[in-house]
Design a protein around this ligand. Sequence first.
Ligand code: KG4
Ligand code: ZN
Length: 352
Amino acid sequence: MVDELVLGLESSCDEMAAAVVRGGREILSSAVHGQADVHRPYGGVVPELASRDHVRAVSRVAERALADAGVGPEELSGLAVTAGPGLVGSLLVGLSFGKALAYRHGIPLVGVHHLVGHLISAELASDALRPPYVGLVVSGGHTALYRIEVDAAPQLLGQTRDDAAGEAFDKVAALLGLPYPGGPAVSSAAESGDPAAVDFPRPMIRDRGLDFSYSGLKTAVALEVERRSRLSAHDGRLSSRDVADVAASFEAAATDSLISRCVRALEQEGISRLAVVGGVAANRRLRRGVEREAHRRGWLAVFPPLELCTDNAAMIAAAGARLLARGVRHGPELNAFSRVPLGAAAWTAATA
Ligand code: KG4
Ligand code: ZN
């Protein structure tokens, strides 16, 4: 795998991304075309608009990744493309483009599970992160804890029973009148707020399992916003102080419950290595809180750099390189899938 050049393509949601990775580790290029401007007026991702924008961007983004890496398609030893889970219309754009490129140049093709890509993003960030470790995947679509072992399917330890953590950030942003995407907006508003201003419930903190829940917290935020707007002296609008305090208190509750679940998972599994991946892993309060616990307990906690937390294709190329090295190949029958558990089949092959 040392010099193998793999082109990764990722289009599962609202980012069209392409990247070239050498030897499964070294990122030669990583191009990302986001669509925040397309979806902002609607306050969330509109699937039809996402796939149309992907169609316009895909060849340009792939060409940019190859040019930045100084690599021609004929030099590629593999092509890895996200096959799911995600929005099927969006996935099909990257997948069809990848299949055509692989066929045209006779390059081996492999489909990658999006969450495997996110988990590998942490392995790219740290040589010290070796299985067994616990992986927390926290993004707009997923909130789950896995036990990762060598050459075995990731074992699901716990997951959200309702909303994903990133989805809760996005919904709270909408309640507070903050722009899309909500996660970064809530977290920057929170910087000037008091995290103790509102004592929001810590979701399922007393539950002894490893599941998550965000719907109760989201309702509590909605009620607090309503209460504050009733008391508002500005025509029902929240002051910037109100927005900052509610954002900071929500962020504290949302991240505390993620941190406490990580601690419980590592204790329960007798493991001292943790990877936190996905868009919400970019959150500064979460990073600080997990690092504090890890330092106190002598654990290794790995967060990918910010550009590898949110959706990108370097993680897909790196995951694909591992699959290709094990001899996994997919043909033109490879299809997109909207949902699939991160089970045994998904770890070695993208189609369950
Ligand atoms: O991994 P990702 O790019 O896409 C999915 O696979 O879902 O994650 C996007 C999610 C969004 O919900 C976004 O609001 C959240 O990650 N996010 C954050 C932050 N940056 C992105 N949430 C909290 N704090 C942040 N700094
Ligand atoms: Zn993602």
